[in-house]
Design a protein around this ligand. Structure first.
Ligand code: IMP
Ligand code: MG
Length: 170
């Protein structure tokens, strides 16, 4: 496996993240907003996005584990879902939404904790493999059904530190 064609350049990512930050800022004016990042994939996106949001936001990271060998990816919490989001607006920050099972799982958990609203912001949207229908409020880029790496996304733990998003090739 190796890094192939650039799908989204560093420059396009930067420009789009700035736009998303501005959009989020104007949507949540005067509201209590908590950003919830899903580790490890959202690390680059969250770091950049939160600095483009001009509001006093709370930032929390969670970790999920998915059992291997099951399909479509059974998920369990690797973090205790015991943080206080009751009465707050919550925005889930994800690297990519693929089948949608990850965001579906988190959405349900957060609603159970009494969040006022739960919305999703994802850098990448891969709609072709969607199993769980979820409404995504903020999408950085829609991408085709390719396996991509970089800017937080990994293949076998590698390539998260690329500044751009690239297609992984055999
Ligand atoms: P979902 O639960 O199927 O939506 O999958 C979401 C997770 O699968 C993401 O958070 C990623 O960790 C991983 N994933 C899905 N597609 C890709 C990809 O193209 N590159 C790297 N990771 C991916
Ligand atoms: Mg992820």
């Amino acid at each position: 496996m190796h890094i192939g064609k650039t799908l989204i350049s560093e420059r396009r990512i930067r420009r789009r993240v700035r736009e998303l930050g501005a959009q989020i800022t104007s949507s949540y004016l005067n509201q209590d907003l908590t950003l919830i990042g899903v580790l490890n994939g959202s690390v680059c996106f969250m770091a950049d996005l939160m600095r483009e949001i001009s509001l006093p936001v709370e930032v929390i990271f969670i970790r999920l584990s998915s059992y291997e060998g099951t399909w479509p990816g059974e998920i369990s919490a690797g973090t205790d879902f015991n943080f206080d989001v009751a009465g707050r607006h919550v925005l889930i920050v994800e690297d990519i939404v693929d089948t949608g099972s990850t965001v579906k799982f988190i959405e349900t958990k957060l609603s159970d904790l009494g969040a006022t609203t739960v919305e999703i912001c994802t850098l990448l949207d891969k709609p072709s493999l969607r199993v769980h229908q979820t409404r995504i409020r903020y999408i950085g880029f829609q991408i085709p059904d390719e396996f991509v790496v970089g800017y937080g996304l990994d293949y076998d733990g590698l390539y998260r530190n690329l500044r751009h998003v690239a297609i992984l090739e055999e």
